[in-house]
Design a protein. Structure first.
Length: 77
């Protein structure tokens, strides 16, 4: 049976808002130099994953409608 326990890793933010992803995170996401990291902001928290190569994300075209004003305008009423 696979281990399903949560693991925690830490990194420190620099004064220029930079951080180094811990080795365990880089390995788990199969990140290599030059890869992009995607941050998904959800009501439950922040999800970090390896961003798909440009042109492979079918929803990237819809990010132009991702502002708070659009959320309000397109909200179900």
């Amino acid at each position: 049976m696979p281990d399903t326990s949560a693991r925690t890793a830490y990194s420190k933010m620099s004064v220029t808002s930079q951080t180094v992803l811990p080795a365990e995170v880089r390995e788990r996401l199969a990140l290599e130099p030059g890869d992009w990291v995607r941050y998904r902001i959800t009501p439950e928290g922040i999800q970090i994953d390896k961003a798909p190569p440009a042109g492979e994300d079918p929803f990237v075209a819809f990010t132009q409608w991702g502002s708070a004003i659009d959320d309000e305008d397109y909200a179900d009423r």
